[in-house]
Design a protein around this ligand. Structure first.
Ligand code: LRH
Length: 467
């Protein structure tokens, strides 16, 4: 028997789950869910770390109220963003959100060609990558960097808050675009060529290693519980939970749509970059060929905008009903999810309508039509990405496993199945929480391999084939 606390921090919301491993089964019980740490400031979006830490601390309080003992804690988070610590260990400034305008500014000014970056990091060329953000900061806010002593990605800053230790988890570090895909360590060459301060970067730690022990007042309640380094990138945690033994692909339907294939080694062939793909890191030395696309944050934004416009609450179930209705009248509207219009649109309704028009489809006016246009656009681009994976690898994918919040949405799943022409399996909705839990079990020695963990998830969650 083992009990683990899962802290799964997404860009949209964070959750705390209590994972109980007993009688060869794993159970997850949600004990807390929180949001509101993405904040809008005059210069663009930021992350309010004190709100994030409040959510984490409340999770620990609820955990100590729920159980008398805990075996471990694991933290995963969204990628790309970082916080800076000063010489006294304090936070230097409120971290920027990857949708802050500095990302694109940094990308535009990078003095290295995309193929040069790719040959080292193997990362998908995205303006939101840490490397672009940090490069912009080094040009326009070098004083802030001079005052800083340590740079930590998001799950790492939470791990530091809990344990006082300074480490950079590998899967999360790889989302920076600053890790050498071959050596799996920070690239001194990239730091040097871009003039970035490598002294800020922390030693790499890998999934299933012990990050440190709970400290201070947290330890007073729960004891010096080990904090295990899970696959700290939520994407890697999600993939850890999926049974991909048939060689099929995966689609994670969350704030982002992530389409990929698990592999044993990164593919640094420039054709992969040119096709809009990249490599990310997983558990147990695995990597994925992956494409990150806009995802359901567009629906979340649409819901918020429609609520404000109507002055009435809008539920996701309500949107689903209206999408069905809209599809009966006109099934064709579709956005192009890669349209730069969607980077951080001030008016999402207008952005969807404009993207439909640019895409040659009739722009809808009603909520159902607008959401349908998002679903159609996402499913169509996911279908194309699956075909590109097949071209790049010369293999036909036997299946696609869908997971993440969007996998609950029947319309989206049907459309992905239709656009990809694949047999679709619906995997765990909270896949990153399951993956987080099973890497903790690996670290605790309760399970021996990732395969054993994946089989455990299969036994413990309701996984079904889409018919
Ligand atoms: C998905 C994700 C994605 C990117 C982004 C910021 O939740 O982690 O892989 O890193 O968020």
């Amino acid at each position: 028997m083992a009990r683990c606390l899962v802290l799964d921090l997404g860009a949209g919301s964070g959750r705390a789950m209590l994972a109980t491993f007993e009688n060869r089964r794993l159970r997850l019980d949600e004990i807390h869910r929180f949001d509101g740490y993405a904040v809008e400031r005059d210069d663009g979006p930021h992350w309010c770390l004190s709100r994030l830490f409040d959510g984490v601390e409340e999770s620990l309080r609820r955990c100590s109220a729920a159980v008398s003992s805990l075996d471990s804690i694991g933290v995963d988070s969204w990628g790309l963003d970082y916080a800076l610590l000063d010489h006294a260990g304090g936070i230097v400034e409120e971290p920027c959100h990857y949708r802050h305008p500095r990302s694109q500014r940094g990308r535009d000014a990078l003095p290295l060609a995309p193929e040069e970056l790719y040959a080292i990091s193997g990362a998908q060329d995205l303006p939101v990558n840490t490397i672009c953000q940090l490069f912009d900061q080094s040009r326009h806010a070098s004083g802030t960097l001079a005052r800083s002593r340590n740079l930590l990605m998001m799950a790492d800053i939470v791990n530091h808050h809990l344990t006082g230790r300074l480490r950079s988890e590998l899967t999360l570090a790889r989302t920076s675009g600053l890790v050498d895909a071959r050596t799996e360590d920070w690239s001194a060459e990239l730091c040097q060529r871009l003039g970035l301060p490598q002294r800020l970067l922390q030693p790499i730690i890998r999934p299933a290693e012990v990050y440190g022990r709970l400290r201070g007042e947290f330890a007073d309640r729960l004891g010096p519980v080990p904090v295990i380094s899970v696959a700290a990138h939520d994407t890697a945690s999600a993939v850890a939970a999926l049974d991909l033994a048939d060689g099929g692909g995966f689609v994670i339907c969350g704030s982002w749509s992530l389409i990929g294939l698990e592999r044993r080694a990164p593919d640094l062939d420039d054709a992969v970059r040119a096709a809009g793909f990249g490599n990310e890191g997983g558990v147990d030395g695995r990597t994925f060929l992956i494409k990150s696309l806009n995802g359901l944050h567009l629906i979340q934004k649409l819901r918020a905008a429609w609520q404000q416009r109507d002055g009435r609450p809008v539920t996701f179930a309500g949107i689903a009903d209206q999408v069905m209705e809209a599809a009966r009248l006109d099934d064709t509207p579709a956005i192009d999810p890669s349209d730069p219009l969607f980077f951080n649109p001030p008016d999402i309704i207008e952005a969807i309508r404009r993207s439909c028009a640019r895409n040659g489809t009739f722009p809808p006016y009603d909520l159902g039509g607008l959401a349908l246009a998002v679903y159609n656009g996402l499913a169509s681009e996911i279908g194309s990405a699956v075909r590109v994976i097949e071209q790049l690898t010369g293999r036909v994918l036997p299946s696609l496993t869908l997971c993440g919040g969007g996998a609950q949405d029947a319309i989206l799943c049907d459309r992905i199945a239709a656009c990809s022409a694949k047999a679709v399996r619906i995997g765990p909705i909270e896949a990153s929480s399951w993956g987080n839990a099973l890497v903790q079990l690996l670290g605790l020695g309760q399970i021996k391999s990732l395969e054993e963990g994946r089989a455990l998830v299969e036994r413990s969650v309701d996984i079904r084939n889409l018919v």
